[in-house]
Design a protein around this ligand. Structure first.
Ligand code: PLP
Length: 341
C-alpha cells in the first residue's frame, strides 16, 4: 500500500468523475462555445453569489490574474508573510503586476483588520500606493487555519473605507466552510475577487475558478489569454470540476477527521517536538532538534508513506479523498513503530 500525504493535489479522478468527463459536451472555449465550461463558471458564481466566473488551468493563474485586475502599478499589495500569492507563485506579484508586497506577520497565516489598517501607506510620494489586500482561507502554510467571518467582515469594511480591493485565495475555501458556521454566500459577499481550486480537496484533476463582478471577469478573461490560459475543449476538464462541486464538498469533513487522528498520533510519538493545531486537512509538525527531519521523511518513504518537508525541521501531511481509513490505520501504525536511531 502506498500512502501519499504530500498534498491534496495527488488525487486521481474516480470512475464516476471520469464518466462525467467522458460524456461532456464541449466546444471551443476561447470562442465561448464550450457549454460545459460555461456551466461550471455559472455554477461556481452561483455558489458564491458572484456575477461571473472564469475557469483557469491553475490557482496560481487565478490568483495572479486577480492581483493584476485589482491593481495598477506602481502600487502595493498587503498580505501575510506566509501567503501562497507571495511565497509560492514565483515572484509573480512583481513580475506580472509590478507591485511591491507588504508582508505582515499574522497568526498562522491570518491577518486582523487592525494589522492591515496600520500597514496602509500614507498618501506620500515616498511610498507605493496601497491598492489591495489578499487573504488566504484556509491558510496552507499556517497549517490549514481558518478565518472567522467577523474578522473578514472587519477587513472588508476597512478595505471599503480605504478604497482598497480585497481578494481571497480560497484554494481550500470549502475546507473552511464545512468546519465553520458560514456559507459560501457569506464568503462571496465579502470579496471583490475569489480564487477557488477544484484540484485540491475537491479532487478534480485540473483547474481553478476566479469569481467576481461581470466587469472584473471580463478583464480577467483578457489577462487569462495573455497569460496563455485560454483553453479550447476544456469542457472535458470542467466536467470534472462540476462533478467535484456537486459531490465532493461535504465529504471534506472526513479528511479533517482523519487529519485530526494523524495529529493526535504525532503528538504521542517521541521524535515529534510539536504539532500545529489541526483545523482542517493539513497536519504540520516539527521534529525534535536532535534528529534530522530529512531522515524521518526518508524512513517514512521506505515504508511507502510519502510526506513533504515544510520548513526547518517541519514536515507536512495533507489528507484527501484518496486517503482511506485503511491507509489511516496503516500510517498510524507506521508512525508509532518508526525505529529512530
Ligand atoms: C495550491 C494552492 C494554490 C494554487 O496552486 P496551483 O498549484 O497553481 O493550482 C493557491 N493557493 C494556495 C493556498 C494553495 O494551496
Amino acid at each position: 500500500m502506498i500512502v501519499d500525504l504530500r498534498s491534496d493535489t495527488v488525487t486521481v479522478p474516480t470512475l464516476a468523475m471520469k464518466e462525467a468527463m467522458f460524456n461532456a459536451i464541449v466546444g471551443d472555449d476561447v470562442f465561448g462555445d464550450d457549454e460545459t465550461v460555461n456551466k461550471l463558471e455559472a455554477l461556481g458564481a452561483a455558489i458564491f453569489g458572484k456575477e461571473a466566473a472564469v475557469y483557469c488551468p491553475s490557482g496560481t493563474m487565478t490568483n495572479q490574474i486577480a492581483i493584476k485586475i485589482n491593481s495598477n502599478p506602481p502600487g502595493e499589495i498587503i498580505c501575510d508573510e506566509l501567503s501562497h500569492v507571495y511565497k509560492y507563485e514565483g515572484g509573480g506579484i512583481g513580475f506580472n503586476s509590478g507591485l511591491a508586497s507588504k508582508l505582515l506577520k499574522g497568526t498562522n497565516g491570518r491577518l486582523t483588520a487592525r494589522q492591515i489598517e496600520v500597514a496602509i501607506n500614507p498618501d506620500d510620494v515616498h511610498f507605493p500606493e496601497t491598492q489591495l489586500v489578499s487573504l488566504e482561507n484556509t491558510c496552507n502554510k499556517g497549517g490549514g487555519t481558518i478565518y472567522k467571518l467577523e474578522e473578514i467582515k472587519k477587513i472588508r469594511t476597512l478595505c471599503t473605507n480605504k478604497g482598497l480591493k480585497l481578494h481571497l485565495d480560497g484554494a481550500r475555501i470549502f475546507n473552511a466552510i464545512v468546519e465553520k458556521n458560514y456559507t459560501a454566500l457569506d464568503i462571496g459577499s465579502q470579496f471583490d475577487t475569489l480564487s477557488v481550486c477544484l484540484s485540491k480537496g475537491l479532487g478534480a484533476p485540473v483547474g481553478s475558478l476566479l469569481l467576481g463582478t461581470t466587469e472584473a471577469i471580463k478583464k480577467a478573461r483578457r489577462i487569462r489569454k495573455i497569460f496563455g490560459g485560454g483553453m479550447r475543449q476544456s469542457g472535458y476538464l470542467a466536467a470534472a470540476g462540476i462533478y467535484a462541486l456537486e459531490n465532493n464538498i461535504q465529504r471534506l469533513k472526513e479528511d479533517h477527521q482523519r487529519a485530526k487522528q494523524l495529529g493526535a498520533t504525532l503528538q504521542s510519538v517521541s521524535f515529534v517536538k510539536e504539532v500545529l493545531p489541526v483545523y482542517t486537512n493539513i497536519v504540520v509538525f516539527e521534529i525534535i532538534d536532535t534528529i534530522d527531519y530529512q531522515s524521518i521523511i526518508k524512513k517514512l518513504a521506505e515504508k511507502n508513506v510519502k510526506v513533504v518537508a515544510f520548513g526547518p525541521q517541519q514536515i507536512r501531511m495533507v489528507t484527501h479523498l484518496n486517503f482511506t481509513d485503511d491507509m489511516l490505520t496503516e500510517t498510524i501504525s507506521i508512525l508509532k513503530n518508526l525505529a529512530i536511531n
